[in-house]
Design a protein around this ligand. Structure first.
Ligand SMILES: [Zn+2]
Length: 390
């Protein structure tokens, strides 16, 4: 298996999960048994440390994007979430302030979803265009419903944006070359993708999903843009959940930008993650009492990991799922029979075994809430240090 970023043959297996549903967000009850499962295999490049999987075939891609995505429970996509939106808007503003004498007229957002995220560019006096394959797309003259790779534009754009999109793309080089040719000579490109290095650092046990082909770290993203004749002029990536790059064409001499090169992290960093993740897996299997009623708090990816990779959905007889997001109430993880409930559904004064599977940022508050309702409580938390008893 060749690395899609640096073309090296020195790749090896990374993580594999059997029977992972094609989507991992909670769905309505009538859908829960209709979501297909498939093994997911991922690979690691020893040379550039990129993690990747094989592209989806057309059938899988249709099922995920045309069918399952219409069950997506949240109002907004991840790009609208404040922790992703704000750093992007800040970097965008920083770069545009530096080129304010230059007359930029048009912006294209690739993968603009409903077009709502184009509001980010209000106030810049740009005519904004969007292209997205999803049927959610609002149809007007500036929105094109279609695949960017297949669409021929008549005009060049001054700014092209791709947010949380590149990780879904099969052929990265083709995609970046098309952006290069659709961009005006002195144009700018802004890219945002999830930062896998942060996931690895925080021992997030599940970040693979069928629709994500690429798991960029800052270095592999740098390499991808560098190989396609772009130069980084601004970047946000250290300890951040996402990587954000501002780019220009290498040949363009728009202003005097300081060139930014991102260095490689040693491959042992990624290998150690696999070791720690394995230990976490063994600790959980050892410490969970399969007979006791267990309550999982937080219906996100960590819970998905326990249900599917550790197969707790068929090993534990009796469990409850709690999440504070009211949108998820009454929904089910694909292939499970346990409805997601809110915190108030937990009864006072009963013996509780709780495993915190939500973002560690909220652990402190949730632990306090739980201790207020029951004295007789066992709490296990999953965080970057592994499995810990409170
Ligand atoms: Zn590589």
């Amino acid at each position: 298996m060749k690395c899609p970023i640096c073309n090296s043959d020195k790749t090896s297996n990374f993580l594999s999960i059997d029977n992972l549903p094609l989507i991992l967000f909670p769905v309505k009850g009538e859908m829960r048994d209709n979501i297909l499962n498939k093994t997911i295999d991922s690979y690691f490049c020893d040379e550039c440390t990129h993690i990747f999987k094989k592209p989806l075939d057309e059938n899988e891609s249709d099922i995920i994007y045309k069918k399952y995505y219409s069950f997506y429970p949240f109002d907004n996509l991840e790009s609208m979430n404040a922790s992703y939106r704000k750093p992007f808007a800040d970097l965008f503003s920083r770069v545009l302030t530096r080129v304010k004498d230059k007359k930029f007229k048009t912006l294209l957002e690739v993968g603009c979803s409903s077009g709502k995220q184009l509001e980010t560019y209000n106030g810049y006096n740009l005519e904004c265009f969007g292209i997205d394959p999803s049927p959610l797309n609002e149809m007007n003259n500036n929105f094109i419903s279609g695949k960017y790779e297949e669409y021929k534009f008549k005009n060049k754009f001054d700014i092209i944006v791709s947010r949380f999109n590149l990780e879904h793309i099969n052929n990265i080089n083709y995609f970046l070359q098309k952006i290069y040719s659709d961009l005006s000579v002195d144009g700018l490109v802004f890219i945002q993708v999830p930062n896998i290095k942060t996931y690895i650092e925080n021992l997030i046990p599940l970040f693979l999903s069928h629709e994500h082909i690429h798991y960029f770290n800052p270095y592999s993203l740098f390499l991808a843009v560098n190989n396609n004749q772009f130069e980084i002029i601004d970047a946000e990536y250290d300890d951040k959940q996402s990587i954000i790059l501002g780019l220009k064409k290498k040949l363009s001499n728009i202003y005097d930008w300081e060139k930014i090169n991102i260095s490689k992290t040693d491959q042992s960093f990624y290998r150690n993650y696999l070791i720690k993740r394995n230990k976490l897996k063994n600790d959980i299997i050892e410490k969970i009492d399969l007979e006791a009623q267990t309550c999982f708090y937080g219906a996100g990816m960590t819970l998905g990991w326990l249900l599917y990779d550790l197969d707790l959905k068929s090993k534990i007889y009796n469990f409850r799922l709690i999440d504070d997001n009211s949108i998820l109430r009454g929904r089910f993880f694909p292939g499970t029979n346990n409805e997601i409930n809110n915190f108030n559904s937990l009864k006072k004064d009963i013996k509780l075994n709780v495993i915190l599977t939500l973002n560690p940022f909220y652990h402190k508050d949730v632990i306090k809430k739980l201790k207020d309702i029951s004295e007789d409580i066992n709490i296990l938390v999953i965080n970057k240090n592994g499995l810990k008893k409170i």
